[in-house]
Write a protein that binds this ligand. Structure first.
Ligand code: F6R
Length: 243
C-alpha cells in the first residue's frame, strides 16, 4: 500500500487528482470508478480545472460510479447522478454514453442490481477506483455487517449513514433509506484503488480500515487484501495512525 499524508484537504484533493489524471493520460480510454460525497468534491474541481486548461481529455474515458440512492433519478438534486453531473460530467468532455451509475429510478432492486452487474461485467475491470470512507469504515454503501456482499446489491443504510447524509437534503425532506451499491468483489476487481480521506472525524475509520483487523464489521478493511491500494489522507484523517 502507498500512503500519502497531506497537510490539508486542498493538498489531498490535488494529490488524488494528480493520480487520476496520470491514469487518464497513460490510458485515455481507461475505466474510472468514481465516488460521490463531500471528500471528492475538491478532486473533481481540480480535474475540471486541468480540463479547462487543455491538460486533460475525457473524450474516451468510461466511468462507473459506486452507488446511487434507490428511488432517486437525475431530476433529484440529492441523487448521485445529479451530483456527478454538477461536479464533473457536465463540465468536461465525457460522452454521456460513457458514464454509468446504478439506475435509482428502478425501484425493483433485483432488476436494478442485475442491470448494473451486467454492465460492469461488459465494461471490464476499473483501471482505477476512487473511494471515500464512511466514519464506520464503509466503502460504497457496504455497511458494517456479518459478511462481505460480493456484487451489486441493495442495502438498507445504517442510521449513522442516514444521519451523515442528512446534510445533503433540505430540512423536512426525508433521506432515502436504501441504496444500490457495488459490492466488495465489484470494487476489489479494480486494478488500482485510490482511497481519499480528510478530517479528524475520519481518523478512526482510516486507522481501522488500513491497520486494523480485516472484518466485515469494518467493510473497508478488505482493501488490505488488494495489492494496489493508494491512500491519500490529510493530517487530520491520518492522526490516529501515527504511533
Ligand atoms: C459515495 C460513497 C460513500 C462515501 C462515504 C464518505 O459514493 O460511496 O462510501 O465515499 O460515505 O463520504 P464523505 O466523502 O461525504 O465523507
Amino acid at each position: 500500500m502507498r500512503i500519502y499524508v497531506t497537510k490539508n484537504y486542498d493538498e489531498m484533493s490535488r494529490k488524488a487528482a494528480n493520480i487520476i489524471s496520470a491514469q487518464i493520460i497513460l490510458k485515455p480510454d481507461c475505466v474510472l470508478g468514481l465516488a460521490t460525497g463531500s471528500t471528492p468534491v475538491g478532486i473533481y474541481s481540480q480535474l475540471v480545472d486541468w480540463y479547462e486548461k487543455g491538460d486533460l481529455d475525457f473524450s474516451e474515458v468510461i466511468t462507473v460510479n459506486l452507488d446511487e440512492y434507490r428511488g432517486l433519478g437525475a431530476e433529484s438534486e440529492q441523487s448521485y447522478v445529479y451530483y456527478m453531473r454538477k461536479n464533473l460530467f457536465d463540465k468536461v468532455n465525457l460522452k454521456s454514453e460513457n458514464v454509468h451509475l446504478p439506475d435509482g429510478r428502478i425501484t425493483d432492486a433485483e432488476k436494478a442490481c442485475r442491470a448494473y452487474n451486467t454492465m460492469l461485467a461488459e465494461i471490464g475491470p476499473q483501471d482505477l477506483q476512487l473511494l471515500g470512507l464512511g466514519k464506520n469504515g464503509h466503502i460504497g454503501f457496504n455497511e458494517p455487517g456479518k459478511f462481505f456482499e460480493k456484487d451489486v446489491h441493495c442495502v438498507e443504510l445504517t442510521q449513522s449513514t442516514v444521519e451523515a447524509n442528512q446534510r445533503f437534503f433540505e430540512a423536512g425532506k426525508s433521506v432515502p433509506t436504501h441504496a444500490y451499491t457495488m459490492g466488495i468483489r465489484s470494487i476489489l476487481r479494480a486494478k488500482r484503488i485510490l482511497v481519499v480521506a480528510s478530517g479528524e472525524d475520519k481518523a478512526d475509520a482510516v486507522q481501522k480500515v488500513f491497520f486494523g483487523q480485516v472484518t466485515p464489521e469494518v467493510p473497508g478493511s478488505i482493501l488490505q487484501l488488494h495489492d494496489d491500494v493508494t491512500l491519500v489522507a490529510d493530517e487530520g484523517a491520518f492522526s490516529k495512525c501515527r504511533a
